[in-house]
Write a protein that binds this ligand. Structure first.
Ligand code: PLP
Length: 375
C-alpha cells in the first residue's frame, strides 16, 4: 500500500468531490452558453456555484473567475501586462512557483524590467518590496504560502507598502499572490489582505485536476490577451468545465468544514514529524511561520536517493526543492532561500492533508529511522 505524503503536488479527489462531479456531469450535460432550456439550466448551476464559492471565500461572486488551474490564472494576470504600450517594471520573489517565474524571459524580451526579491528562509521582507517600487512598477508578485517549505508571507504588510507607494503615482500596481498552497489551509483573507489577484487550484484540496480559480478584486485591473468566447466575464474564454467547477466548490466546502479542528490536528502531526526528524539529525528547512501541511527537511543523502528509499518502503514524498520533476537545474528554491547548496541538494518535502492519519505518520517516522540508522 502506498502511504501518501505528497499532497502539495496533488491530492486525490475526495469521495464527495467525485460524487458531485459525476452527479453534475449526468444532470447538466449541456453548454452553459446555449440558449435552450438545457443550456439555461447549466448556466444557472454555474451562477449558483460561483455564489457558493464566493461565499465560502468571503468575496463577491464577480471576483471569481474559474480557470483550468492555477497556471492559467497566473497566465491571465501576467500576459495582461503585455497590453501596456510601454514596458514597465515587475517585482517578483525569487521563490515563486515555476508557473510565475516562467514569465520572466518573455517579460525581459519585451523590454520589461524584472526585480527579483530575496526571501531568506522563505520570507520576503516588505522593506525590500518598498525599496524596489518605482513609478513604472505595474505588478508585484509574492506568493502566499511557499510550495517548497511552506513559508507564510505577510501579505497584509506587503500590500500596505504597495498601497502607500501608490499614493505618489498615477496608476494602480497589481499585487498578485499565488495562493495555491494557502487555500483551505491557512487563514486566507482575500478581502482584508489587500491582495488584488490570487491563483488557486482545485487538485491541491482534493478537488479535480484541470480546474482552478483566479480571484480578481477589480476586473478593470487586467485585460486578458484573449477573450475568446466571452465566458467568465471575457477574462477566461472557452466552454466552462461545469462538473469540474461544481466538484471544486464541493471540495472547498468540505475542506472548510471544521477548519480549526482539522488544522489543530495537522499542527500536532507536523510538530511531531519535525521533532522526531530533528532528533534523528535531519535539518528542518521549514522554520518560523510555515504551513503545518508542508515540511521540508535535509537528510545526509541526496534527495533523489532518500525519496527513492522511502518509496521502496511504501512512502511517497517529494524529492528535491522544486515542485515538479520537470524543473530545470539551477532553480533550487531551497538554495534561493539561503540554505546553501549541500542542504538544498539533499532536501525533501513531506506534505500532509486533512486525510493524513496518525498511523501513517508513525509509519513514515519509523521508515525514516530505518534509513538513517542503516547509513
Ligand atoms: N502555484 C503553486 C504554489 C503550486 O504549488 C502549483 C502546483 O504545482 C501551481 C501554482 C500550479 O497549479 P496548477 O497545477 O493548478 O496549474
Amino acid at each position: 500500500m502506498l502511504n501518501y505524503f505528497d499532497y502539495a503536488a496533488t491530492s486525490p479527489m475526495s469521495p464527495r468531490a467525485i460524487s458531485s462531479f459525476v452527479k453534475c456531469a449526468e444532470s447538466y450535460p449541456f453548454n452553459p452558453s446555449s440558449i435552450h432550456k438545457g443550456g439555461l439550466k447549466a448556466h444557472k448551476k454555474l451562477d449558483e456555484t460561483r455564489e457558493r464559492t464566493a461565499s465560502i471565500l468571503r468575496i463577491k461572486p464577480e471576483q471569481v473567475v474559474f480557470t483550468s488551474g492555477a497556471t492559467e490564472a497566473i497566465n491571465i494576470v501576467f500576459s495582461s501586462l503585455l497590453w501596456h504600450k510601454t514596458p514597465g517594471k515587475v517585482i517578483i520573489s525569487r521563490i515563486e512557483h515555476d508557473a510565475v517565474r516562467s514569465f520572466i524571459p518573455l517579460l525581459k524580451e519585451k523590454g520589461w524590467k524584472v526585480a527579483m526579491l530575496k526571501a531568506k528562509r522563505g520570507f520576503v521582507d516588505p522593506e525590500d518590496v518598498k525599496r524596489e517600487l518605482t513609478e513604472d512598477t505595474r505588478l508585484v508578485a509574492v506568493m502566499n504560502v511557499n510550495n517548497v517549505n511552506g513559508a507564510i508571507q505577510d501579505t497584509h504588510k506587503i500590500a500596505a507598502v504597495i498601497r502607500e507607494f501608490e499614493k505618489s503615482i498615477k496608476h494602480k500596481i497589481i499585487f498578485f499572490s499565488d495562493s495555491v498552497q494557502a487555500l483551505a489551509k491557512t487563514g486566507l483573507d482575500l478581502d482584508g489582505s489587500g491582495v488584488d489577484a490570487a491563483s488557486f487550484s482545485a487538485h491541491k484540496i482534493s478537488g479535480p485536476r484541470g480546474v482552478g480559480m483566479l480571484y480578481i478584486r477589480n476586473k478593470n485591473l487586467i485585460r486578458p490577451l484573449s477573450a475568446a468566447g466571452g465566458q467568465e466575464s471575457a477574462i477566461r474564454g472557452g466552454t466552462e468545465n461545469l462538473a469540474g467547477i461544481v466538484s471544486f466548490s464541493e471540495a472547498l466546502e468540505e475542506a472548510y468544514e471544521n477548519r480549526d479542528e482539522k488544522e489543530k490536528r495537522i499542527i500536532t502531526l507536523s510538530e511531531r514529524i519535525k521533532d522526531e526528524l530533528s532528533a534523528l539529525g535531519l535539518e528542518i528547512n521549514s522554520e518560523g511561520l510555515t504551513s503545518p501541511y508542508i515540511i521540508n527537511v535535509s537528510s545526509p543523502l541526496p534527495s533523489e536517493v532518500f525519496s527513492r528509499m522511502l518509496d521502496d518502503k511504501g512512502y511517497a514524498i517529494s524529492s528535491g526543492s522544486a515542485c515538479s520533476n520537470n524543473a530545470k537545474k539551477g532553480e533550487n528554491i531551497i538554495e534561493a532561500m539561503g540554505y546553501g547548496n549541500r542542504r538544498a541538494e539533499s532536501s525533501v518535502r513531506i506534505s500532509l492533508s486533512d486525510y493524513t492519519e496518525e498511523g501513517e505518520v508513525d509509519g513514515l517516522i519509523n521508515a525514516i529511522k530505518e534509513i538513517i540508522h542503516g547509513i
